[in-house]
Design a protein around this ligand. Structure first.
Ligand SMILES: O=C(O)c1ccccc1N[C@@H]1O[C@H](COP(=O)(O)O)[C@@H](O)[C@H]1O
Length: 218
């Protein structure tokens, strides 16, 4: 399957080294202070192929720009109520600063989802990420009903996220096959994993991820 892998919520040097060895496409650093996976210190250099992704919740433009510079971010995941205007202005700021930074806009899903909400972000966000609405801003470890994606109406590719763990491989394959049958697999961009691969907040299990990657990714 032609899917990207994003491993989110990393912060410990040794663990980052082990997970980087698996060559995920994206590695997420959470800059939201309310998270048990919050990053504040230095993060070592990564393989240039791995896109460092900063996760923000309603942060200011200045804060995001500062983190993009300090942590050499290639992508930002906006996990709050950031408006289309905010995303557009941020995109302009990146371009003025000569930076190529992907904008991943998150939508949290509970039971159902009104895809009309995406319209205002089309052509602004590079990617969407669908997570489960829960008691925390993210990292709830609960999957939403993926059937809401079956008639995905947008032309912006998305990451599937929210409570994805080792047990979800068959269901992911099934969803991918459905997208393939509808010739829409290019829109199913990737899988984002976090708490279901942890041994403690911020610490991922390299062996579990190795096996997951082997089953699902090229
Ligand atoms: O993980 C967190 O603590 C977190 C806090 C604030 C915003 C986002 C956060 N994590 C993101 O949540 C999703 C789903 O995680 P899970 O698989 O349900 O644990 C993922 O995109 C993380 O980037």
């Amino acid at each position: 399957m032609n899917l990207k892998l994003k491993v989110c919520g990393m912060r410990e040097a040794e663990n980052i080294k082990a997970i980087s060895g698996l060559k995920p496409d994206y590695l997420g650093l959470i800059f939201f202070e309310g998270s048990s996976r919050h990053v504040s210190g230095e993060i070592q250099e990564l393989d240039k192929e791995i896109k460092r992704t900063g996760v923000f919740v309603n942060a200011s433009e200045e804060d995001i720009l500062e983190k993009v510079q300090k942590y050499a971010l290639s992508a930002v995941q906006l996990h709050g109520e950031e408006s289309p205007k905010f995303c557009k202005d941020l995109k302009s700021r990146f371009s003025e600063a000569g930076k190529k930074v992907e904008i991943i806009k998150v939508f949290s899903i509970k039971d159902d989802f009104d895809f009309q909400k995406l319209k205002a972000f089309e052509g602004i966000a590079d990617l969407y990420l669908f997570d489960t609405k829960g008691k925390n801003r993210g990292g709830n470890g609960i999957a939403f009903n993926w059937n809401v994606l079956l008639d995905y109406p947008s032309s912006t590719p998305f990451f599937l996220s929210g409570g994805i763990g080792p047990e979800e491989t068959e269901a992911i394959k099934e969803l991918y096959t459905t997208f393939q049958k509808r010739q829409k697999e290019h829109l199913f961009y990737g899988i984002d994993v976090n708490s279901k691969f942890e041994t403690a907040p911020g610490l991922k299990d390299p062996e579990a991820l190795r096996s997951f990657k082997k089953q699902l990714f090229k």
